[in-house]
Design a protein. Structure first.
Length: 214
């Protein structure tokens, strides 16, 4: 009888010990999830910090820009310098392109992305009427990735020029939030894309010439 009682006590203690361990693990998991959202652009709070990007440029390793139906991929090489990943934008036309940044390439891309890193949110608008701001048919989409390239840290759709002609509407994709940023941050990215387009055109011409000469 005493042994049965002792066994029951042991099982009760074991049950509560397991329950306590599970409770602690769930709490820790919840805190980690919260930290991850805070560090990687929680859709509820990303604009509330005042900064457009949820992380610094040092934590971004790849950027995709979608403009006029074309994808432009920017990446960091092993030394942490930015280069234009030609394969992603030209579907293999520039087969000899190396995955190493040139000084000019790194400087051009860094200047444009640093502008985006320093961009401040001017106005925040929580709305379901996104059509009024042009973000449902964006002229430019940007996707920013960390080391994990399976999902973006943030994805922005750039909409219309605001009525003051100085600001641009921007939408955090996957949220109900529309904000405005200085329009020159948008034009900096467009100018970067146009430079890349020029690189593509010049490289394509060179490749065509070399093929004709063969």
């Amino acid at each position: 009888m005493r042994s049965n009682l002792t066994l029951k006590v042991v099982w009760v203690i074991l049950f509560w010990l397991i329950a306590f361990i599970v409770f602690i693990n769930l709490n820790q998991s919840g805190e980690e999830t919260k930290d991850n959202h805070a560090g990687h652009g929680d859709h509820k709070n990303v604009f509330e910090s005042g900064a457009l990007l949820p992380v610094g440029l040092s934590e971004i390793f790849s950027v995709e820009l979608v403009y006029q139906g074309n994808l432009y991929l920017l990446e960091k090489d092993e030394a942490g310098h930015w280069f234009y990943h030609a394969h992603g934008a030209t579907n293999g036309v520039l087969e000899s392109h190396e995955h190493v940044a040139t000084p000019d390439e790194n400087e051009t891309i860094s200047v444009s992305l640093m502008g985006l890193e320093n961009a401040r949110v001017e106005r925040r608008l929580k709305t379901r009427e996104k059509d009024a701001y042009g973000v449902t048919k964006p002229s430019l989409i940007s996707l920013l990735y960390g080391w994990d390239k399976s999902r973006p840290i943030s994805q922005f759709a750039f909409g219309d020029l605001a009525t003051d002609r100085l600001s641009r509407y921007i939408h955090l994709v996957g949220s109900d939030q529309v904000a405005t940023i200085a329009d020159y941050q948008y034009t900096n990215l467009i100018e970067l894309v146009e430079k890349i387009q020029t690189i593509n055109q010049e490289a394509s011409r060179e490749i065509s010439k070399s093929r004709k000469a063969q």
